[in-house]
Design a protein around this ligand. Structure first.
Ligand SMILES: [Zn+2]
Length: 470
């Protein structure tokens, strides 16, 4: 167990960052003071770069019954995990997103590693080493004895007007000289006879997941399309169309979760969030989560709009043009609002990998290479007992421009299954993490056993890894 020393000089953001590291470490906290490892923060307020932190064991020092954290680690956590650098940035690409080149981990060439999760793991090891004969307790990271978690998610971008999407994709392939692939797309599109092109892609995706008992998370656009929104690639289908309803029903019947895919305008006009959310809920039941279409959001304001609309979580933080850990965490984390100097009241489930990041921005057209990349990052998440969130677009079918993609997705699902994660929709994963975050020791009984309080039952282990107390 660990107890945080009260340090009145910590700012609210530093205090929140310290709580985050403790949460990610999965060591059981205890507000008492006997038989615990005390965690102190030193007074050095120097900024630390990633390489400095790495070379100093993340700024974590082990003593006898005490672990000291360098205050610079808290500042780094605020900048990276709470996206403070991005919240302060005014840089914008053509979709008004903060370009990946403006994010701290891309600048440090470290976006392929969940560095904040790794630092939290180091904190857990430090507490264990400092404990000696004192009581040490950790919390199992995920339910059902699973050591890591996976959320497969899908952004529903294509429902109506499918030939327009096939044409755009053929243009992209032609520009790259991918003529054989383009001919295969034309062949596949002709072979459908124009019937059920989108629906068949969705059905085969749902079947692949059902075969492996995977329940996924779907983000659905829910505004009224106009010629202008369709031309911009924003809103391209009506949520009330027969085909959209058929898709929503099939997703619901499979036990999957449905959230809102926020249209372009929601990024700045936050009043649209509750409007689109209500409209979606009238079609599909409760929508707890949101992810922005084209990842269009401003880190300093859009999450506040999402929280005010009643969403419990967002899953927009990830890169459009590469794969990796934008917030340095392979886990669900609470967001921090720099302007308000307070928590944002919404959890973030950052995604790590997206199918199109490599094909759209890196010119890699072999779907098997996308899957290899996904599995590399999944293994990095697994190594920190973390969460891996992937985005697969259901329109990646041969007739819509992507030969070999459905088989590649099957390979992804099979390969992830073999690594035995807890597969769950994001809403359930976020709820679980919220409950785990609430876990703490409420006291120690005269016989030395620990009383644990949490919003849901947790498995607690001692230093030897034995399940104990509860
Ligand atoms: Zn989208």
């Amino acid at each position: 167990m660990l107890a945080l020393s009260p340090n009145p000089s910590l700012t609210p953001a530093e205090r929140f960052a310290l709580d985050l590291l403790v949460d990610l470490s999965a060591v059981l906290p205890y507000p008492g003071s006997t038989d615990v490892v005390r965690v102190d923060v030193n007074e050095v307020a120097e900024l630390r770069t990633l390489s400095q932190l790495r070379s100093r064991s993340w700024g974590i020092t082990v003593g006898d019954g005490v672990v000291t954290i360098d205050r610079g680690l808290l500042a780094f956590t605020i900048d990276v995990a709470f996206a403070a650098v991005e919240q302060r940035s005014t840089a914008a690409d053509r979709f008004n997103r903060v370009p990946s080149s403006e994010t701290p981990l891309v600048n440090a060439q470290a976006e392929r590693e969940p560095v904040i999760s790794i630092a939290a793991k180091a904190l857990a090891s430090a507490v264990r080493a400092a404990a000696g004969a004192r009581c040490f307790r950790s919390i199992d990271p995920w339910p059902k004895g699973r050591q890591w978690a996976v959320a497969l998610s899908h952004d529903l971008d294509v429902v109506q007007w499918w030939p327009a999407f096939t044409s755009l994709r053929l243009l992209e392939l032609a520009k790259r000289g991918e003529l054989v692939r383009a001919l295969r797309v034309i062949g596949a599109a002709l072979a459908t006879g124009g019937h059920d092109v989108v629906w068949r892609g969705i059905r085969s995706l749902l079947d692949a997941e059902a075969e492996h008992h995977v329940r996924s998370t779907w983000f659905v656009l829910c505004g009224s399309p106009t010629f202008a929104t369709a031309r911009a690639g924003d809103l391209t289908y009506s949520p009330e169309s027969n085909l959209t309803r058929r898709i929503l029903d099939a997703i619901g019947d499979g036990g999957h979760e449905i959230g809102l895919h926020g249209s372009f305008a929601t990024s700045d006009d936050h009043a649209l969030f509750p409007a689109q959310r209500d409209r979606l809920q009238s079609l599909s039941g409760p929508a707890y989560g949101v992810r922005q279409h084209y990842l269009r959001m401003r880190p300093d304001s859009t999450p506040r709009g999402m929280a005010n609309a009643g969403f419990r979580y967002d899953s927009t933080y990830g890169y459009a043009d590469r794969n990796g850990f934008r917030l340095g965490t392979a886990d669900v984390i609470p967001l921090w609002d720099v302007d308000a100097n307070a928590p944002t009241r919404i959890d973030e489930a950052p995604f790590t990998w997206m199918d199109r990041a490599l094909s759209k921005y890196r010119g890699v057209e072999d779907p098997d290479a996308w899957i290899d990349d996904a599995l590399t990052l999944a293994d990095a998440s697994r190594a920190v007992n973390g969460l891996w969130v992937g985005i697969w677009h259901p329109n990646l079918t041969p007739a819509l421009g992507f030969p070999d993609a459905p088989n590649a997705y099957r390979r992804l699902v099979v390969s992830l299954s073999q690594r035995e994660p807890w597969f769950a929709p994001l809403g359930e994963i976020v709820a679980w993490r919220k409950a785990r975050r609430s876990a703490h020791a409420a006291g120690v009984r005269p016989d030395g056993s620990v009383m644990v309080t949490a919003e849901a039952p947790m498995v607690i282990r001692d230093a030897a890894g034995r399940a104990i107390d509860g």
